[in-house]
Write a protein that binds this ligand. Structure first.
Ligand code: ADP
Ligand code: MG
Length: 416
């Protein structure tokens, strides 16, 4: 479906065209009419499906049509990086209009704060903010929120993982009751339901095949004992000189540091990103990866979801994510926009039952390979050994789910 069939403003269509978007993605096709219809909305679709444009285009359309004075729209997001990214998309879409947007986030210097303060004071039309910084500005008293008509929570699941529940409720206590509220999330655990009961009114719901990885991702698994994993990663990278962008995920900060240290070499740049870094440093690391100055980025999942980096050739999971849906999101970093990518997961004996759970969720088996013999021995594929209790307790999903997934399939979430 083309964007003009969605009834959007002409100069907005022109800007969309300029951004290189030709057809609306499924979430955009479904969400835009509902949002134009003034409904509250819960929308759930996996990373990389175009959720940003899905929520911001109808709002920009409305602003262009009706005009505006004061802060009209507040977008609340989990991280500084995402705030900047969404603000940049808005700048693109509003290029042919007088609308103003501002990204509000912490970790910057006094100049950033000043610029944000001024934009909020004069009532920028669209404010994209992290919860903490939004509250900080709110406390200073110059932000006027009476004109707010639209509020969006993006990556709501991630915000709750980080622990922003109370901050979010606090922010909503300052917002006008008469408003449109949109909640976007990649997954829909129960706590998101609870939050939506607090802040949404009679919402429409959209869920789009969240448990299937994007087509075009070649997935494989190496059965590997932990001590061999770093050697194996080195080999996988050495074997692929034409892969310019490689993303390695691990579950803890310590592993990130260990992997980075082990991969350090003279030929190419390897960097790590975790919550150990200051905001500014994180952003610089991401920039170097995006620009391909850094070839290998090693990251904890919590910082990487929702950050849009194009054309990653290879994603390596150092371990199996505890949450089956996280696996789908991680490998969704590759093979965006119909290119192909490769996702490789290293699975030790204890993680085999988790992989089985993932296979059930995806309704697809993943190819399993032994580590090359010159690196060492591999464990046998035996997902039920030793972990039966775990497996039953966390419950994979049978074949009847049809690709949909509610909160039920999420197991206990390890703290990162
Ligand atoms: P999500 O929030 O669902 O993870 P994003 O909104 O960040 O996804 O979009 C992912 C990428 O796809 C971005 O680079 C965005 O510019 C691009 N994109 C979004 N919608 C379209 C579209 N209709 N056509 C082409 N590219 C698109
Ligand atoms: Mg997003």
């Amino acid at each position: 479906m083309k964007f003009d069939e969605l009834g959007l403003n002409e100069s907005l269509i022109e800007a969309i065209d300029y951004m290189g978007f030709q057809k609306a993605t499924p979430i955009q096709q479904q969400a835009i009419p509902k949002i134009l219809n003034d409904k509250d909305l819960i929308a759930c679709a996996q990373t990389g499906t175009g959720k940003t444009a899905a929520f911001i285009l109808p709002i920009i359309h409305r602003l262009m049509k009706d005009g505006n004075a004061g802060i009209n729209t507040v977008v609340i997001v989990p991280t500084r990086e995402l705030a900047i990214q969404i603000d940049q998309q808005i700048q693109g879409f509003t290029y042919f209009s007088n609308l103003e947007s501002i990204a509000v986030y912490g970790g910057g210097d006094g100049d950033d704060w000043d610029e944000q303060r001024k934009a909020l004071d004069r009532g920028a039309d669209i404010v994209v903010a992290t919860p903490g910084k939004f509250i900080a500005h709110l406390n200073m008293g110059y932000m006027k929120l009476e004109a707010v008509r639209h509020v969006i929570l993006d990556e709501a699941d991630r915000m709750l993982d980080i622990g922003f529940y109370d901050d979010i409720l606090r922010i909503f206590s300052y917002l006008p009751k008469k408003r449109q509220t949109l909640l976007f999330s990649a997954t829909m655990p129960k706590k998101i339901r609870d939050l939506s009961n607090e802040i949404l009114t009679d919402p429409d719901e959209i869920t789009i095949a969240i448990s299937k990885p994007a087509e075009g991702v070649l997935q494989a698994v190496y059965l590997s004992y932990d001590p061999l994993k770093v050697k194996l990663i080195k080999r996988l990278i050495d074997d692929k000189p034409n892969y310019k962008s490689i993303l390695v995920f691990s579950s803890t900060k310590r592993e990130v540091n260990d992997i980075v240290r082990a991969l350090k070499n003279k030929e190419f740049k390897v960097e790590g990103i975790s919550s150990d870094l200051e905001q500014r440093e994180r952003e610089e690391v991401l920039m170097r990866f995006k620009s391909r100055e850094t070839r290998v980025l090693v990251a904890t999942d919590v910082l990487s979801r929702g950050i849009d980096i194009k054309d990653i050739n290879l994603v390596i999971n150092y371990n199996v994510p505890g949450d089956a849906e996280d696996y789908v999101h991680r490998i969704g970093r590759t093979a965006r926009a119909e290119t192909t990518g490769v996702a490789i997961t290293l699975v030790n004996e204890e993680d085999m039952y988790k992989l089985l759970r993932i296979e059930r969720l995806m309704e697809r088996e993943v190819m399993k390979l032994p580590v090359p013999p010159e690196i060492g021995e591999s464990p046998e594929w035996n997902p039920n050994a030793g972990s039966k209790k775990n497996f039953r307790g966390k419950g994979g999903r049978g074949g009847k789910g049809g690709g949909r997934s509610g909160g039920k399939s999420r197991g206990g979430k390890p703290k990162r």
